[in-house]
Design a protein around this ligand. Structure first.
Ligand code: GDP
Ligand code: ZN
Length: 308
């Protein structure tokens, strides 16, 4: 049989088949991903083959299929081994708003960089558009144009009024989705609107910015009534902490990366180098000032600055 791991706690793994049946399974033998020292061999989102021995309630996982992507958390600060939080994520939805609590482009860009590093496509949801006035409306249009140009779909929504929520449902249908965003931005409201039957109490979903608690609990995937899953993982708040070399940062800004070949130096950081195609594009307004500023802030590991 085939299924997808929807819950994984130590040695017990809940596997759900395409038909919607759940089987508790254990692992047989040792599984290792090459090059990754992980404390858990299997994770939420893994696609597996398993068998159900006659007269037994517990299945045996025989094979873990190759992962398209996965997100990790370091087991401890200094340790080299990692805990795999989830795998095979189809899309991340970063929830932002220009109303309250206003999301900075610094936050959005840092999230996008991490998702790029993990090879997870992102859609930006601008929520609470019902609160937008003319000024915010204009700013909203500018930001959508900016991010769509780079290749990130944007949807202006209101979880309160239901505006454009059908588009979100379509984007999540039959997919494994991860949702992130500051507390108070409307993640629970979005989920409750899309799938009232999920019965996650507001504030009970441990998304991106939930602090402190639940560091020992495990990730879970909630089946959506219209098809697909939403990942709920306590470690997502550390989503922004993927390790990469500074010099690689340009790889995770697609609009800069595509210009790198035109820079004089193949390892150009686009900061001080002569004949830099990115600096030229910034000067000519082809790369957004906010994106470039956030590039510098991430490069120098500066705190994200608030902006207007
Ligand atoms: P979460 O912390 O991201 O899960 O945010 P919540 O879903 O708990 O929402 C935080 C607050 O924002 C609640 O008071 C919601 O009623 C409100 N809210 C959520 N979505 C919208 C929206 O589209 N418009 C307005 N006006 N308020 C919203
Ligand atoms: Zn350059």
């Amino acid at each position: 049989m085939e299924g997808i791991v929807i819950r994984s706690t130590g040695s017990r793994h809940m596997v759900r088949t395409a038909g919607g049946e759940n089987f508790e399974c254990i692992l047989k033998g040792i599984f290792r991903i090459r090059g990754l020292k992980a404390t858990n061999p299997i994770t939420v989102g893994d696609s597996v083959d398993f068998e159900l021995p006659r007269d037994k309630n517990t299945g045996i996982i025989l094979n873990i299929k190759a992962r398209r992507n996965y997100i990790i958390r370091k087991s401890t600060k200094l340790s080299k081994s990692v805990h795999i939080l989830a795998a095979n994520i189809d899309r991340a939805f970063v929830v932002a708003t220009l109303a309250f609590p206003r999301t900075s482009t610094g936050f959005i860009d840092r999230f996008l960089v991490t998702a790029e590093a993990y090879k997870i496509p992102v859609t930006i949801l601008f929520n609470k558009t019902d609160l937008y006035d003319k000024t915010l409306e204009k700013k909203h249009k500018e930001l959508c144009a900016l991010y769509e140009e780079i290749g990130y779909p944007c949807i202006g929504i209101s979880a309160l009024k239901g505006t454009n929520m059908e588009r979100v449902r379509v984007a999540m249908k039959d997919k494994v989705s991860l949702m992130a965003g500051h507390s108070g931005v409307g993640k629970s409201a979005i989920i409750n609107f899309l799938d009232p039957g999920l019965e996650l109490k507001t504030g009970e979903i441990s998304f991106y910015h939930r602090k402190g608690k639940h560091t020992t609990t495990f990730a879970e995937m909630h089946p959506l009534s219209f098809g697909g899953y939403i990942i709920d993982t306590p470690g997502i708040k550390e989503f922004g902490l993927v390790d990469f070399y500074r010099e690689e940062l340009t790889h995770y800004f697609p609009e800069m990366f595509c210009l790198l070949k035109d820079c004089q130096f193949h390892n150009c950081t686009h900061i001080h180098e002569p004949n830099c195609a990115v600096l030229k594009a910034v000067d000519e307004g082809r790369i957004s000032p906010s994106r470039y500023t956030n590039y510098l802030n991430i490069f120098y590991d500066r705190e994200l600055e608030e902006e207007d």
